[in-house]
Design a protein around this ligand. Structure first.
Ligand SMILES: [Zn+2]
Ligand SMILES: [Zn+2]
Length: 293
């Protein structure tokens, strides 16, 4: 038995519904999962409804986007109160920002389209298309423009239309994200620390700097580190585990599953944490939940 602490539903950029995820995880024999959608608790809220039916524990979770040195990094929140007014209001504000950013990017794309002799796209049409999603990101724009014939693939659209028209995403600082999670009674965990956004192009580069960054986050109150994902080499995972031990924060693991048949998508349950991690996270969250009350 094991747990997968990092799964996305269609409430953010995943493909499956919360119910489908819970059912799939139960079929795989997982003991617990965390549906941690980008900047929204609604996927987690919905997933919790199916926990009993499928005899699996569903950890209320969220993956908060934070800005660190003008790059986006992700902080996972576990055992958060998904109905916390303060947290939901902060996430709603982030979402509104994302929508206005998407509209601004489309306007820039239209300027470029005019130069390249292409008809403009209507931002309203995009918003309708993206309507059901809680969280609008550039990946959605790439898919939309791809369907509109702007490129051979969403990736092609990214390179030719979205790179030069980008507008930096606004968001919480890491410290604010950690505080928001604690304020909702949750535990804050740094997601996929080996992603390029922490400033490491290759793992071997500037390792000391990297450790220093995570140590700084720990001083802000970071509770855990996602040491293992399907894309983390064993030696790298071992290194992060050491960092977590040294900083006395909880090592976690998760697949970052976004759905089947998505290029680069990870497999549900492909990175698992032991059952004990569930208790460790829960225990730590109880302290914050008491303070939040
Ligand atoms: Zn992430
Ligand atoms: Zn994720």
């Amino acid at each position: 038995m094991a747990i997968d602490l990092h799964i996305h539903s269609n409430h953010s950029d995943g493909r499956l519904t919360p119910r489908q995820l819970v059912a799939k995880a139960a079929r795989l024999g997982l003991k617990a999962i965390a549906v941690a959608d980008h900047d929204t608790c609604s996927g987690a809220r919905e997933a919790a409804r199916y926990a009993k039916q499928f005899k699996i524990r569903v950890i209320p979770a969220v993956e908060v986007s934070a800005i660190h040195q003008s790059k986006v990094i992700h902080i996972l929140g576990y055992f958060v109160n998904t109905r916390s007014r303060a947290l939901v209001a902060k996430l709603d504000a982030l979402r509104r920002d994302r929508i206005s950013r998407a509209v601004k990017i489309i306007k820039r794309v239209n300027v470029l389209a005019k130069k390249r002799g292409r008809p403009a796209v209507d931002p309203k049409e995009f918003l309708e298309w993206a309507g059901k999603k809680e969280m609008i990101m550039r990946g959605d724009l790439a898919w939309f423009l791809f369907h509109k014939g702007f490129g051979k693939s969403p990736n092609d659209v990214f390179l030719n239309w979205l790179e030069s028209t980008n507008i930096p995403v606004r968001g919480l600082s890491v410290r604010e994200a950690i505080r928001a999670i604690h304020g909702a009674g949750g535990v804050a965990v740094l997601a996929h620390p080996n992603s390029a956004s922490l400033g490491l192009r290759r793992f071997s580069q500037r390792i000391r700097d990297h450790q220093a960054i995570i140590a700084a986050f720990a001083r802000y109150g970071l509770d855990g580190l996602e040491v293992k994902t399907p894309r983390t080499a064993k030696s790298v995972a071992a290194y992060y585990r050491k960092v977590a031990d040294r900083l006395k924060i909880i090592p976690t693991a998760g697949s970052d599953f976004h759905g089947p048949h998505i290029p680069g998508a990870r497999v549900l349950g492909a990175a698992r944490a032991p059952d004990a991690t569930y208790d460790e996270l829960k225990k730590r969250s109880e302290r914050y939940a008491r303070d939040a009350r």
